[in-house]
Design a binder for this molecule. Structure first.
Ligand code: SAM
Length: 314
């Protein structure tokens, strides 16, 4: 370990992140960050929950450009987790980076939306809120205890139109091709953004081998997501990893299988530091359009996140 992080991880970061960004990124693994949470309009009017939190002494702050996001000082973590607003589903603790995914996919009420890797359900709930419990929302999770947590969170959050499926997401390719208007794939990943200096548990399982294992699964899942999406529909792919093998390379390899049918759409996200996705890694060139994908840089405020918005043409 160097500076409390695995030496190989730091060496890789030096090749992934621009040298100007590296100090900020390295520092972000040592910092206790603020807590972010999402006001849940399915349970209560956001302004009422905001007032309730103020009255309870939490000093919530709005986040520019994120309508339902709130920021809290880290010192109130335990009290916030025990609060009535969290326990009764009016507030869902969720990193700001994670809160960027559902609005980018931009579902509208009458659509049929698939969340392909759903537990514990933070983004499923966010999609349900944006859809106002209208249309159809299907949520897939293959691990039974995580499925129970997903079901509990959906119930607590008042998401009434979600149908859950205990299955491997890769099976949707065969079972429901060309079906969904919108597909979210918040893929299982090496979770590099959760690593914290001093938190041995968060560092223990990191290895290049794990990145390789995850990337094989991610490619299968993204191919399935693209097949399950109807022509004309959209897929959002996200991970909380910084590894190009789990991000740009997966998107590059998956869309090559679709022979010109998939476009990578550009977008910007307010209130975070973002960088264009890489167009090359370790001597391998990706499609130039990979620059339309987005890396949220980890900082003293937020965790790292990767997002790619994909349009399947008719
Ligand atoms: N979107 C979730 C949220 O916001 O709460 C977090 C999803 S987490 C990053 C990835 C999830 O994918 C985990 O719950 C994991 O169990 C699940 N998963 C693992 N393998 C899978 C597979 N083959 N198909 C679908 N989901 C899978």
């Amino acid at each position: 370990m160097t500076s409390g992080l695995p030496a190989e991880f730091i060496e890789r970061l030096g090749r992934i992140v621009a040298s100007d960004d590296l100090p900020l990124v390295l520092e972000s693994f040592a910092i206790t960050k603020p807590i972010f949470a999402r006001l849940n309009p399915l349970r209560a009017a956001p302004d009422e929950t905001f007032a309730e939190l103020e009255q309870a002494g939490f000093s919530p702050r709005r986040v520019a450009g994120h309508e339902t996001a709130l920021r809290f000082e880290p010192s109130c973590r335990d009290d916030l987790m025990r609060s009535a607003a969290v326990n009764e589903g009016r507030l869902y603790p969720q990193s700001l980076s994670s809160q960027c995914a559902a609005p980018l996919l931009d579902p509208v009420g009458a659509e049929w939306v698939l969340d392909l890797a759903a537990a514990p359900g933070g983004k499923t709930l966010h999609l349900a809120a944006l859809m106002n419990n209208e249309g159809r929302l299907s949520a897939v999770e293959p691990i039974r205890p995580r499925m129970y947590r997903l079901a509990e969170n959906l119930k607590r959050g008042g998401a009434t139109h979600v149908k859950t499926y205990l299955m491997d997401g890769r099976a949707v390719e065969r079972k429901t091709p060309d079906r969904f208007d919108r597909v979210l794939l918040d893929a299982p990943c090496s979770s590099e953004s959760r690593m914290r200096i001093g938190d041995e548990e968060s560092l223990r399982y990191w290895s290049p081998r794990k990145i390789g294992e995850q990337s094989r699964k991610q490619l299968g899942l993204l191919s399935a997501a693209l097949r399950a999406c109807r022509p004309g529909g959209r897929v959002l792919y996200s991970t909380c990893s910084l590894a190009p093998e789990e991000n740009e390379r997966i998107v590059d390899q998956a869309i090559r299988r679709f022979d010109g049918e998939i476009e990578i759409l550009p977008f910007t996200i307010p209130s975070v530091i973002q960088r264009a996705g890489l167009t090359a890694w370790e001597g391998e060139a990706f499609m130039p359009e990979l620059a339309n994908t987005c890396r949220i840089l980890p900082s003293s405020e937020v965790d790292a996140f990767f997002l790619a918005l994909l349009q399947r043409h008719s």
